[in-house]
Write a new protein. Structure first.
Lengths: 84, 144
């Protein structure tokens, strides 16, 4: 069986946007991985300075890091919030 | 709960009109302002960034929570994005309620929830040193 392939859109904000130099991008993902694994792939934990702790978002809703991305999903990693 | 994310200056009176209702004997507006210091450093200005589509969803969640706790309360929120100078309003929360106690309680609840879950980010600029994205104390990441 071929590995599952899917396309997702990732939105970047605040310090993650600065690191990427991108507001958002489309990625093709192969196989199964969780949002937490995807975050660590995009922002390796041993980078310096270390990437911020985040909350995970799929389709504009908070989900757990164990969630598997859905094909066509809008994904975001939420670094420390500063609203108010 | 109605929410507006805007680059233009906020107008508390306008938001009060949106929540005003004949059943409500009180309207309370909370206005958050850009302050000239933070954690002992002199601040010269702030940049706010938002995830607007998700802000709509999160405002719906917070509005639902407020409705559960204070069924008669009517809340609305406006948040600035872009670059702000000292003294400018970054957020307005207007709450109308039948009595003042509910208005005070719901307003306090709303700003606490905003700081914890509304997808908005703040970068501080300082007299000395590089600008920095700063975190609300209420933010709780999943893996910390």
């Amino acid at each position: 069986m071929l590995p599952a392939r899917m396309r997702v859109t990732i939105h970047y904000f605040a310090s993650l946007r600065d690191r990427k130099g991108l507001d958002s991008e489309e990625l093709e993902l192969e196989g199964s991985l969780t949002l937490r694994e995807l975050y660590h792939r995009l922002f390796p934990p041993d980078d310096a300075p270390s990437p911020p702790p985040v909350l995970y978002v799929q389709d504009e809703a908070y989900v757990t890091g164990d969630t598997a991305p859905r094909d066509g999903a809008e994904i975001a990693f939420i670094p420390p919030l500063g609203g108010g | 709960m109605e929410i507006v994310i805007q680059a233009e200056p906020l107008d508390a009176r306008l938001l009060e009109q949106r929540v005003s209702h004949p059943s409500c004997g009180a309207i309370l507006s909370f206005v958050g302002l850009v302050r000239d210091h933070h954690a002992g450093r002199r601040v010269t200005g702030l940049d706010y960034q938002a995830y607007p589509a998700m802000c709509q969803r999160v405002a719906g969640i917070i509005g639902g929570e407020i409705h559960e706790r204070w069924p008669g309360a009517r809340a609305a929120l406006a948040h600035r994005v872009g670059s702000l100078t000292i003294g400018e309003a970054s957020i307005v929360i207007a709450v109308a309620a039948p009595h003042r106690a509910e208005a005070y309680a719901a307003s306090r609840y709303c700003i606490d929830r905003v700081k914890a879950i509304l997808p908005v980010w703040k970068r501080e600029h300082y007299v000395d040193g590089e600008p920095r994205w700063v975190s609300n104390a209420e933010f709780t990441p999943e893996d910390s």
